[in-house]
Write a protein that binds this ligand. Structure first.
Ligand code: F0G
Length: 433
């Protein structure tokens, strides 16, 4: 099957080889994407094969990414693939969260069940496969934490050297700890995410290091598997809405591409609507979409949010995100720090839990149902992008009333659950129960 890289910018549309080391179109600077000549596959047979692979003991079949390898056939030799059995993440229902969000029911697709605890693993296994195929020795990324944790794991597992660049003091400890544990050379840079990305791109080019940020089209290919697996788990019935948090906007780009491809191949009958939720202090995409073409895309110079995973002011993939939101008749919403914190506590009380950025989904849903954009009886899947343990500090501060947002703005623990300090005295403890 033929596969190639194409410039995403429709006015350019330049084509490049699948093994060209490119992150942007050399002709026009546009984003790149992988495309395939899928032909006309037997869709029923494909679905059967994917289902059968769930019972296989072969590592690639056990991967919730590579099980669907026919949908991203860019790898020519499966020996290049490194799998930690990524994907295979559950769909969970959360009645209490549904009620909070103004819905009859809600389903969470919990990507925090991945090997390194975030959705980045779905994409990273794709990016690392391509790095190994290209014979790269070193891989690099700038990250708000999850990409770096994931890249460190997959690179180390695959015998590559991981180089990580993170904004100093702005990532959750759980994520930094993972990068160190998985053996990445880690640089904490005195700059924000967007500034560091420019720096790393320059260094990668100069030193022949392979860049594994989501601008890398093979990361996006791997991340498509999240929606493919979601549809498989739902017996190929798309929901009305898929809601996800937006930072650098790679994930929405991957979801949209995956869904469009499934629709074109006849794997699903229609496209779900996509809703992207940003944090108020880091919402350049929201502002741009709100203006409906009246103003050009403007980066936010000083993004601010406690949801550090999505603290990004200049998201590289915004043109792809725009296409996917528009194609799916989707929406973009933004939510406050208080709204994120409370929604997160509610997801926790469902026994599910997630990291702050992930909770932007439920906070956004609550606003969108109140505004009548999402109907109460809609079939909604919210994507929880990261594990609850990624940012334990945030949780402790929230529940003990010590959480402060940007500008030292206090966050009220509306659903706080403070630990109770007691003496070693059964009577006094019994009196409290
Ligand atoms: N949720 C979590 C937990 C994330 O880590 C990220 C991004 C997002 C949502 C947003 O996804 O960027 O594709 O729109 N984290 C990146 C990182 C930027 O470096 O780990 P996006």
């Amino acid at each position: 099957m033929s596969s190639a890289l194409f410039c995403f910018n429709a006015a350019c549309g330049a084509r490049y080889g699948i093994t060209d080391v490119l992150y942007n179109c050399p002709k026009c600077g546009g984003l790149l994407e992988a495309r395939y000549d899928f032909g006309q596959p037997d869709v029923a047979a494909l679905k059967k094969t994917w289902r059968a692979r769930r019972t296989s003991n072969a590592p690639l079949d056990q991967s919730g990414v590579w099980r669907y390898r026919e949908m991203f056939p860019f790898v020519d030799d499966s020996d290049h693939i490194v799998t930690l059995r990524e994907g295979n993440t559950p769909l969970l229902s959360g009645p209490r969260a549904a009620q909070y969000g103004g819905l009859d029911a809600i389903t969470f697709k919990h990507q925090g069940f991945n090997p390194t605890g975030s959705f980045k693993d779905n994409g990273m296994t794709g990016g690392v496969a391509q790095a190994r195929r290209l014979g790269m020795q070193r891989v690099a990324c700038v990250s708000t934490g999850n990409t770096s944790a994931s890249m460190a794991a997959y690179a180390s597992a695959g015998g590559l050297e991981p180089l990580i660049f993170i904004p100093n003091g702005n990532i959750a400890y759980g994520k930094l700890a993972q990068a160190l544990e998985y053996g990445a050379k880690t640089f904490q840079v005195e700059a924000n995410f967007d500034q560091i990305l420019a720096l790393v791109r320059m260094l990668a080019e100069r030193l022949g290091i392979y860049l594994l940020n989501s601008i890398n089209p093979f990361r996006i290919e791997g991340q498509k598997s999240i929606v493919i697996e979601m549809m498989d788990q739902r017996d190929w019935n798309p929901p009305d809405w898929i809601v996800l948090p937006g930072g650098n906007l790679g994930n929405i780009s991957a979801f949209g591409k995956g869904l469009r491809e499934m629709r074109e191949l006849g794997l699903i009958p229609r496209l779900p609507r996509l809703a992207v939720v940003q944090a108020e202090g880091a919402s350049p995409f929201y502002e741009y979409m709100q203006a409906k073409g009246a103003q050009p895309f403007r980066a936010q110079e000083h993004p601010e949010t406690l949801a550090t995973a999505i603290k990004i002011g200049d998201p590289v993939s915004w043109p792809k995100a725009q296409l996917e939101v528009e194609t799916s008749n989707g929406v973009v919403e933004r939510v406050s720090e208080q709204e994120i914190a409370d929604a997160k506590a509610i997801i926790g009380r469902c026994g599910i839990g997630c990291e702050p950025a992930s909770a932007a989904t439920l906070a956004g849903i609550r606003k969108l149902t109140a505004a009548g954009v999402i109907a109460r009886d809609a079939d909604v899947v919210a994507v929880l992008t990261g594990n609850v343990l990624k940012d334990a500090d945030y949780i402790y501060r929230y529940h003990t009333g010590q959480l402060k947002g940007p500008g030292d703005c206090p966050i009220h623990p509306n659903f706080g659950n403070k630990p109770i300090i007691v003496p070693n005295d059964a009577e006094r403890i019994a009196a409290l129960l």
